[in-house]
Design a protein around this ligand. Sequence first.
Ligand code: PLP
Length: 321
Amino acid sequence: MRHPGPGVSPSVVETIGSTPLVALERLCEGTDRMVLAKLEYYSPGHSVKDRIARRMVERAEQRGLLSPGGAIVETTSGNTGIGLAIVAAVRGYRFLAVMSEGNSVERQRILRSLGAEVVLVPQAGGGRPGQVSGEDLVLVERRAEELAQQLGAFRPDQFENPDNAAAHAETTGVEIWEQTGGRLDAWVASVGTAGTFAGVARALKARRPSIRCVAAEPATVRPLAGIPVTNSSHQIQGTGYNRIPPLFDAADCDDAVGVTDQDAIETARDLAAQEGIVGGFSGGANVWAALQVARDLAPGSVVVTVIPDTGLKYLSTNLYQ
Ligand SMILES: Cc1ncc(COP(=O)(O)O)c(C=O)c1O
């Protein structure tokens, strides 16, 4: 049926992206620097990962890797799964989300409500709710590979798939450039697959190489800074997997900043209480790191960061207790 007007989207998939960029004026007060936050929870799956889900599925369809009635299997800490579940629901694919049992319960419930099949993988050395380590990720990866083989399913493989970073280079990065009118001095983001950090960094440096691009990582898990891991468990879900991800391009990274769980949590709480922005752990980590980067730049500098998802996904954790 024809859609009734030019402002109507054929589905939620077409509403992904074009998220707001907001000045954190209250958190920056008195600093003579400005941090801007891109609010990715405005997307239908309430995270930055909707962008890559759409792109990876559309490219797989174009390449003949996915056809009507097909299945998708992906390892996910939740957000990529939610994005894929939305795209799979709209396009009619079966979707299996393989995740560690350490991830938050909210994520599992949302996935099931979107029609996904959730496969939970026990944690290495026993359950630690809310804390997912590099070792846990290896187990999750193994299970996903087995399932994909059994079903002959498409594996988006967000850690290896160049469409992940490309989605951010062509949408998130371009939006940031256009929303700021090119008036920014630095880009800061935490790294999970590195798709967000690397894709945006590539887009911005292609337009102005002097834009400083700084990666954030958990203070105890700092492979990007070349510092030995002291404790692989941390609370900044979706980041800090104790490896340099394949999509990470050192040439586009000017520095790496370590963020403690406490700094991430306190900043997330300040963001909510002072800016009305209810982000997740990584949003708190990103803003904390962006404020540090801003401090070291000249007065009048503008630093852009991202709130990857919503704090509403972490209500069962200590984030907003
Ligand atoms: C909440 C959250 N923050 C940050 C990230 C990191 O993003 P990327 O994988 O693009 O590095 C993720 C990735 O899953 C995430 O779920």
